[in-house]
Design a protein around this ligand. Structure first.
Ligand SMILES: [Fe+2]
Length: 181
């Protein structure tokens, strides 16, 4: 189940939470974050190719590409046996920003996004069927957990793909990790 928890940024105190999709979307909208549910238009096998995955969500993908001018789309998958899972997890765990907005659609599995806007931190446990977009230049981090399991569609406006600027702030360590959320 998708879950949103809103925390105070300074004390990491829980101020509000929601697990109903429309409620999560409206609270995230306040923070400039897009949150949608997408439906596959055809059944997908566990080992579906990148093309098959994108094809199953083509209508939604193309709508976003047109609305926001995305140049490219790909599919990333990570499993609990991945030999570099600890290093990959670490890469996204510290607070950072991007000069373009980050868009992820969960075809499968789960992942925990934290978005830091002003005096609040929005923690969102995303699951299969969720699309989340982090606005450009917005502080955030991502926890895939110790045993990651997810498959995501990513959309990019920047041909260089994923480029992060770390803020140097250790705020992420004050908030629940994937397993404790
Ligand atoms: Fe990011």
């Amino acid at each position: 189940m998708s879950v949103l928890k809103i925390f105070s940024a300074d004390q990491a105190q829980t101020l509000a939470s929601a697990d109903e999709h429309a409620r999560i979307a409206s609270r995230l909208h306040e923070a400039g974050v897009l949150f949608e549910r997408w439906q596959a238009t055809q059944p997908l096998a566990q080992d579906a190719s990148q093309e098959e995955v994108i094809d199953a969500y083509r209508q939604s993908v193309e709508r976003l590409m047109q609305d926001y001018g995305f140049q490219s789309v790909d599919v990333i998958a990570l499993g609990p046996e991945h030999p570099d899972r600890a290093a990959l997890r670490q890469k996204f765990l510290d607070e950072h920003t991007h000069s373009e907005f980050e868009v992820r659609f969960f075809v499968d599995g789960k992942g925990l996004f934290y978005i830091h806007q002003g005096d609040k931190v929005y923690g969102v446990m995303c699951e299969q069927g969720d699309l989340i977009s982090v606005p450009a230049n917005t502080r955030h981090w991502f926890d895939m957990g110790e045993a990651p399991s997810f498959k995501c569609i990513r959309l990019f406006t920047n041909p260089e793909g994923w480029v992060a600027q770390y803020t140097g702030d250790k705020i992420a360590r004050n908030f629940p990790a994937f397993e404790q959320f």
